[in-house]
Ligand binder design. Structure first.
Ligand code: NAD
Ligand code: MG
Length: 399
């Protein structure tokens, strides 16, 4: 029998949708994976249950009062050491006793810990697309310096990764030399066929009810506006170093084909699977091996029809805004992401209507100048300014 070296994991965003799917896969392979560190923002009840079940060495709550409540709930004799604060989350990502980090925090809030894991040379599985949208070039450059193996979890990017050739055997990098274009599929979300003039009155519950995927609230709203696909075009461009024109989006309502790679000889390779994040998570966790993920393969005779159509620009203005930002540069994409986070939070809290999300982002980008910038400090200060500008536009359109 072959001995498998077990991977020691740190899960950033352990209580979220990605965290939960990751732990589901991990629990199927106790010989392969050991949970070393878990982090979350403030969900004490979920974190207590995870610490009881997985007994990590460290559990971090970014929120200090939540950390105190977690320490109370676990009691003094529990093997898990509880830590508090954002700096402790970043430290956990670079913890020497960790081999593999799953970046599953939502939003630009996950950038610092994702970058710390990459700089520490970990194997880093990235779900946190906003980190790549804000500073993807810096993350990828840091990986080249440290030798970190960076793997995508976002289903489309994981599908692309699976369809692209390796640059060298055993290396995670993928070559795009012979590739004509990368194609990302999008379900079109819950409002693909809803009359556009009724989008002003959609409720939070309607926007969060995705037809095929069950996910956190922020990414669910992004899927409804299709900003999610816009962020993913930027993510693909940064991750695979492909220009905007060569990253295409096609609507595919069944969500069974996740991505396609078109080669210059006319061949197209596609990755298919059920809309279940455990598949791309397992593919990234075990890469280059394959492990059981708790997901059934497709029965081709029962798939029925697979439909593909171009997205309607009038229905999904966020897609065009994201593409324009990508073509303008890093400062624009950082500002786009910041404005989107502010607009989505304002929609989720009932401050603005769904149809105001795109205008808040557009007005924010138009009201700023986006000079070329390549260092992290400059990008972070630019994205902070974008948050302030977006907040002003939210007040203007507050209902
Ligand atoms: P979620 O809201 O369900 O979970 C977010 C997690 O991050 C939680 O554990 C939360 O405690 C933690 N968190 C939130 N804010 C934080 C902060 N400021 N500091 C520290 N921790 C914080 O989100 P999700 O749906 O799991 O998405 C996570 C990321 O993965 C997002 O970037 C999303 O775009 C991406 N993603 C998700 C899916 C999916 O199926 N859910 C698919 C593809 C990509
Ligand atoms: Mg995706």
């Amino acid at each position: 029998t072959k001995t498998i070296m077990s991977q020691r994991l740190c899960l950033l965003g352990a209580t979220g949708s990605i965290g939960t799917s990751t732990l589901d896969v991990v629990a199927r392979h106790p010989d392969r994976y050991r949970i070393q560190a878990l982090t979350a923002l403030r969900d004490v009840a979920s974190m207590t249950a995870l610490c009881e079940r997985f007994r990590p060495a460290i559990a971090v709550m970014a929120d200090a009062s939540a950390a105190a409540a977690l320490a109370d709930a676990l009691g003094p004799d529990h093997p898990t050491q509880v830590q508090a604060g954002e700096a402790a989350v970043v430290e956990a990502a670079a913890y020497p006793e960790v081999d593999t980090v799953v970046a599953g925090i939502v939003g630009a809030a996950g950038l610092a810990s994702c970058l710390a894991a990459v700089e520490a040379g970990k194997r880093v599985l990235i779900a946190n697309k906003e980190a790549l949208v804000v500073a993807g070039d810096l993350v990828m450059a840091a990986a080249r310096r440290s030798g970190a193996v960076v793997l995508p979890i976002d289903s489309e990017h994981n599908g692309l990764f699976q369809c692209l050739p390796e640059t060298a055997p055993g290396r995670a990098e993928r070559s795009v030399n012979d590739v004509d274009r990368l194609v990302l599929t999008a379900s079109g979300g819950p409002f693909r066929t809803r009359p556009v003039e009724t989008l002003a009155t959609v409720t939070v519950a309607e926007a969060c009810a995705h037809p095929n995927w069950s996910m956190g609230r922020k990414i669910s709203v992004d899927s409804a506006t299709m900003m999610n696909k816009g962020l993913e075009v930027i993510e693909a461009s940064r991750f695979f170093e492909m220009e905007s024109e060569r990253v295409e989006v096609v609507i595919h309502p069944q969500s069974l084909v996740h991505a396609l790679v078109q080669y210059r000889d006319g061949s197209t390779l596609a990755q298919l699977g059920r809309p279940d994040m455990r598949t791309p998570i397992a593919a990234a966790l075990a890469w280059p091996a394959r492990i059981e993920a708790g997901v059934e393969g497709l029965d081709m005779t029962r798939l029925g029809q697979l439909d593909f159509e171009p997205p309607e620009p009038g229905r999904f203005p966020c897609l065009g805004l994201a593409r324009a930002a990508l073509e303008s540069g890093s400062a624009s994409t950082a500002a786009l992401n910041a404005a989107n986070e502010i607009a989505v939070a304002a929609f989720l809290s009932g401050e603005i209507g769904f149809h105001r999300i795109a205008p808040v982002i557009e007005a924010t980008l138009e009201g700023m100048t986006h000079a070329p910038m390549s260092d992290l400090e400059a990008l972070l200060s630019h994205e902070q300014s974008a948050r302030h500008v977006a907040g002003e536009h939210v007040r203007r359109w507050r209902q």
